[in-house]
Design a protein around this ligand. Structure first.
Ligand SMILES: [Zn+2]
Length: 87
């Protein structure tokens, strides 16, 4: 059995990340016991990835519009719009 180190997508820490069941689609889910948050390695929906969420915020702060951001990141403009409504 080979154990691979998985880094947390939220805090970057790889020591206390453990397998945490599966998603409804059957993808392996992980939980970071340092920050307590869960994540999957490859997201089915791009906009769910914390790295893409951070990019949405960065592009918005740098003056990109909703449609610009959606085009650059390859996600739906309604997703970008709802991201800003939540913030
Ligand atoms: Zn973490």
């Amino acid at each position: 059995m080979v154990l691979e180190a998985v880094a947390c997508k939220h805090c970057g820490q790889a020591q206390q990340v453990k397998r945490y069941g599966t998603t409804r689609a059957g993808t392996q889910r992980y939980r970071c016991f340092d920050c307590g948050r869960t994540f999957v390695k490859i997201y089915t929906h791009k906009a769910r990835d914390p790295l893409v969420k951070a990019q949405i915020t960065q592009l918005g702060l740098n003056g990109s519009g909703v449609r610009d951001t959606a085009r650059v990141l390859g996600i739906n403009r309604n997703t970008v719009s709802s991201h800003f409504k939540k913030k």
